[in-house]
Design a protein around this ligand. Structure first.
Ligand code: MN
Length: 214
């Protein structure tokens, strides 16, 4: 994508698909309020500001991320922040579901069992030092992979070691859990399994299969 001076696209904070207290006791209303209304909002406003100042033509958020190496750190960090939080809210639900059908089969074929997948995901999530995200990724090699990325990076970015389409992501910044769990990051990660809408993760798995045509 070439830098142009003709168009300015504006991104918006999404509407949360549940009320601020809907994920309690796993995520408190206080945590969700500051996380969504302060942190996510600032990624969106900083992204819009940077796009305006850089006079970029932006087609989609995905375009920005896929070409992250060509943009400023502010675009990478805030664009990633906006995408990652959109994804995060979309896969959370007070009505947790279970993985099934093609997604479940793919997870079991790759990681041997759902429990084994969760163990590996937890190991990756706990071992990343500093602010990060842990991911289940549909890689551009048509494989399911678990990885973590620093800051607000994600596997869609051209700077990521593992490239692909993120299916499920867990925010491991302290702002996501510190009010509720303090230093007990393990408990925060465990609680994540109680509030995942696997139907949405399945939708993303379907999207990824279409993107990579497996
Ligand atoms: Mn966050």
């Amino acid at each position: 994508m070439e830098i142009s001076q003709t168009t300015f696209a504006k991104f918006d904070l999404p509407v949360l698909p549940f009320s601020l207290d809907a994920l309690e006791p796993h995520v408190s209303k206080a945590t969700l309020k500051v996380h969504f209304d302060k942190h996510h909002r600032s990624y969106v406003s900083n992204l819009n500001q940077e796009i305006k100042e850089s006079q970029l033509t932006v087609y989609t958020l995905e375009d920005l991320l896929q070409n992250a190496s060509r943009y400023t750190d502010a675009i990478r960090n805030n664009g990633g922040g906006h995408y990652n939080h959109n994804l995060f809210w979309s896969i959370l639900s007070p009505e947790a579901t279970k993985p099934k059908n093609k997604l479940l089969h793919h997870i079991v074929a790759t990681f041997k069992s759902l429990d084994s997948f969760k163990d590996q995901f937890k190991r990756t999530a706990t071992s990343h030092f500093g602010s990060s995200w842990a991911w289940l990724v549909y890689s551009n090699q048509n494989e399911l992979r678990i990885c973590s990325t620093p800051n607000q990076d994600n596997p869609m970015m051209d700077v990521s070691d593992i490239r692909g389409y993120p299916l499920l992501g867990l925010d491991l910044w302290e702002h996501a859990y510190y009010l509720d769990y303090q230093n007990r990051k393990d408990e925060y990660i465990e609680s994540f399994w109680q509030i995942i809408d696997w139907n949405e993760v399945s939708n993303r798995h379907k999207d990824a299969r279409r993107i990579y045509k497996s």
